[in-house]
Design a protein around this ligand. Structure first.
Ligand code: ADP
Length: 356
C-alpha cells in the first residue's frame, strides 16, 4: 500500500513539474525561434543593395514586421529573397532538440527526487498506520484472553451434569473477575486514546503540584498498606499550569507501579521539586528494577518485561507507562527512567513551568 501511494504521489509531483516545464519550453521555443528569425531577416536585409530596400520592398521595413513574427513568418510574404530558410530550420530543430533533452533531464531528475520526497512525506503516515495495526493486534490479543476464559468456563459448566448452585456461583465469580479485567482494559484504551488525540481540549489551570502528588499517593494508601510499603513524600509547593486530572493520573501510575514492583515492607519516595525552568516529579523505589535491555521499550504500549512480571506476579497490561508518557507530552514535558535490576527504579517527570 505504501509503495502504491508513493508511486501515485511521485506521478502527481511529475505531472505538476512536467506541465510547468513543457509550458515553459513551448514559450522559450516560440520566442527563441522568432528571435532567430528576426536576427536572420535583419542580416538578410542588410545584405541587400540599398536601392532595392527603399524602392522595391518598402513595406518590408515596417518595424512591426521585424519584432513579433508569430507564427513563424512565411518566407514568401515577409522575408527578403536572400533569407536562408534552411539555416533557420536547422536552428529551429536544434532549439527543439535541446529543449527536448532538457525536458527529459527534468523528467528523470524530478522523477527520482519526487520518488524520494514522496517516500519522506509518506513515511510518518506509514509508521502511524503500522502502529495502529500493531495496536489493534495487541489490543485484540489482550481482549481475547479473558473472553476465552469466560467462554471455556461457561461451556464446561454447561456440560457438567452435576452443576449445583455452589459451582455455578464459583463460575460467576470467576467470570466477574474476567469481566473486571475486560473493563479495566477498555478503560485503559479509552484513557490512552484520550491523551493521544491531539484534537482533545484539556483544561489547564494553575495548581500546587505538591497537592496533586499528595492526592495521588493518598489514593494508593490501601494498596501500599497491603504490602507494608511506606510512601515517603518530599513535596515542595510548586505552582504550575497543568491539567490536574491527567497529572494526578500520571503520578498515580508511577506510584502504583512502584508499589507493584517493590518488595513487602520496602519504601517509596515521591519528590516534587524545581530545576531551572522545570518542575520535577520523582518516584523512587527499591524494588525489582528493570533490566537494561527492557528500558528502551517500557514506554511502548503493551510492553511488559517478562522478568519483572514473573518476579513480581503483578497484573497489568503494559499500558500504564504509555499513558504516563502521553500525559507528560501533553504538558510539553518528558518522562525518564533510571533503573538497575534487583536494586530499584527512579522515574522522573520533567514539566516546563511555563506551558506554551
Ligand atoms: P504494567 O501494567 O505492566 O505495569 P506499565 O506500562 O505501567 O504496565 O509498565 C510497563 C513495564 O515496565 C512493566 O511491566 C514492568 O516490567 C516495568 N516497570 C514499570 N515500572 C516499574 C518499576 N517501578 N519497577 C520495575 N519495573 C517497572
Amino acid at each position: 500500500m505504501f509503495r502504491q501511494a508513493r508511486i501515485k504521489l511521485t506521478v502527481f509531483y511529475l505531472l505538476i513539474i512536467m506541465s510547468i516545464s513543457v509550458l515553459f519550453s513551448v514559450v522559450v521555443y516560440r520566442n527563441l525561434t522568432n528571435e532567430i528569425a528576426r536576427g536572420m531577416r535583419l542580416q538578410a536585409l542588410k545584405a541587400l543593395p540599398k536601392e532595392s530596400l527603399f524602392l522595391e520592398q518598402p513595406k518590408r521595413f515596417v518595424p512591426r514586421d521585424l519584432t513579433f513574427g508569430l507564427p513563424i513568418p512565411d518566407e514568401s510574404t515577409d522575408f527578403p529573397a536572400n533569407f536562408h530558410r534552411q539555416v533557420f530550420d536547422e536552428a529551429r530543430e536544434r532549439v527543439a532538440l535541446q529543449l527536448l533533452l532538457i525536458n527529459l533531464g527534468i523528467l528523470v531528475f524530478s522523477g527520482t527526487a519526487g520518488y524520494f520526497l514522496a517516500g519522506k512525506t509518506l513515511l510518518p503516515i506509514a509508521q502511524m498506520v503500522d502502529e495502529q495495526k500493531r495496536f489493534i493486534a495487541d489490543a485484540s490479543h489482550e481482549l481475547r484472553t479473558p473472553l476465552t476464559v469466560i467462554k471455556t468456563e461457561t461451556e464446561v459448566a454447561l456440560r457438567d451434569k452435576h452443576l449445583n448452585l455452589k459451582l455455578a456461583k464459583r463460575l460467576l465469580i470467576s467470570n466477574l473477575e474476567e469481566i473486571d479485567k475486560l473493563k479495566s482494559l477498555t478503560d485503559y484504551f479509552l484513557t490512552l486514546s484520550k491523551y493521544q488525540n491531539a484534537s482533545n481540549n484539556f483544561d489547564f489551570q494553575v495548581f500546587n503540584l505538591a497537592e496533586v502528588a499528595k492526592e495521588a499517593g493518598d489514593q494508593l494508601c490501601g494498596l501500599a498498606k497491603a504490602k507494608k510499603i511506606k510512601i515517603i513524600n518530599k513535596l515542595n509547593d510548586i505552582s504550575i499550569e497543568v491539567n490536574k486530572v491527567s497529572i494526578k493520573e500520571l503520578v498515580t501510575i508511577l506510584i502504583d507501579n512502584a508499589i507493584k514492583y517493590s518488595h513487602m515492607g520496602s519504601s517509596i519516595e515521591v519528590n516534587v521539586t524545581t530545576e531551572r525552568k522545570s518542575a520535577i516529579i520523582k518516584v523512587s523505589d527499591s524494588g525489582i528494577g528493570i533490566k537494561a535491555s527492557d528500558i528502551p521499550y517500557i514506554f511502548n504500549r503493551f510492553y511488559r518485561a517478562d522478568w519483572s512480571r514473573s518476579k513480581s506476579k503483578a497484573g497489568g497490561y503494559g499500558l500504564g507507562l504509555a499513558i504516563a508518557k502521553s500525559i507528560a507530552e501533553l504538558h510539553h514535558g518528558k518522562i525518564m527512567v533510571k533503573s538497575t535490576a534487583s536494586k530499584g527504579s527512579i522515574f522522573t517527570v520533567n514539566l516546563p513551568l511555563k506551558q506554551v
